[in-house]
Design a protein around this ligand. Sequence first.
Ligand code: SF4
Length: 369
Amino acid sequence: MAGIYVHIPFCKQKCRYCDFTSFPDKIGLAESYMTCVFHEMAMRSEELKDCNFDTLYIGGGTPSVVDESYIAMLVAAAKKYFKLAENAEITIEMNPGTVSASKIALYKKCGINRFSVGLQTALDTQLEDLGRCHDLKQFTACAKLLKGENFSVDIMIGLKGQTLGDIEKSIEIAAEVGASHISMYALTPEDGTPIYTDYLNGELPDNDEVAEMYAFGVKKLKELGFVRYEISNFCKKGKESRHNLNYWRRGEYIGFGVSASSHIKNVRFTNTFDLDEYFKCIMTNRFPVVDSQEVDKEGRMEESVMLALRTAEGLNVAAFNREFDCDFDKLYADALKKNAEYLERNGGRLRVKDEYLYVQNTILCDFLS
Ligand code: SF4
């Protein structure tokens, strides 16, 4: 099974920490952009006619900022051009400052069955500091509209002035309003974003403080019945994101829109990040791909290990040996020995112990050739 990703690069305003491909001042181009996305889908349909897709993820940017009729047309186009399973997981990302009852009603009507809402923090002062275009009240109103639906909430840690109590409040509110899934990320101050200045000024929590916040958040989420299934992702039983699990299992996916990336037949490729260039390519029937790399056997092995060890299910060692015709234990004997205290093996699966998942990057380096 494979996934479809569509990138909607428009936002109401630019958040201070944002490094994603999003253009707050170009929302007027939404209609032309969506037309191009539909055309890009049509261009790929023949080549992917035998591929079975079971997830569609509409991300961004802020997909909920564009007129809901475009989103309905997008879901219809995905069904028209590709074999999308009857019970496909169809997710849309939403910013609470851009939703309405009528939008959500149409999303549900067109088949969207999973919602990902960016809260980030329950404190209005912190939301303002992050440059988010919503407050807590708008989030709770949005969650009310999603009552009974399968929805995820994003929470950020490592914010300026954030306390453990603030994190607790954010998690408790997300749980109280009925989220079935919570993604908890540490803020990354990217060079070139306004928040990077705060980082340079020493205004953000340091690594040790963030690690403490993270451990606290993990504990709180567990207490509230959220099971961790990937470093930053927690859910109620059976509510894992199928779309993201496919990424971590090295599954195939096709991405549409500016900056979208794909992984098909062991080739990873990425679309242009330049909106004008994207329009030009599509209007002249050219794929907007700017980078394409075939993943060789060694690369596939590395990816399999790196991605699987991010997850709680871990790496199926026997399947790995079969796929790559090798002996995992022999091949990675040094890395396994060096990291023995951080790893555990259960039922033929190798995983990073839960308490070390947050620092798994350092462990994984030893598995790279
Ligand atoms: S809503 Fe998301 S994509 Fe848009 S500016 Fe904020 S962080 Fe970036």
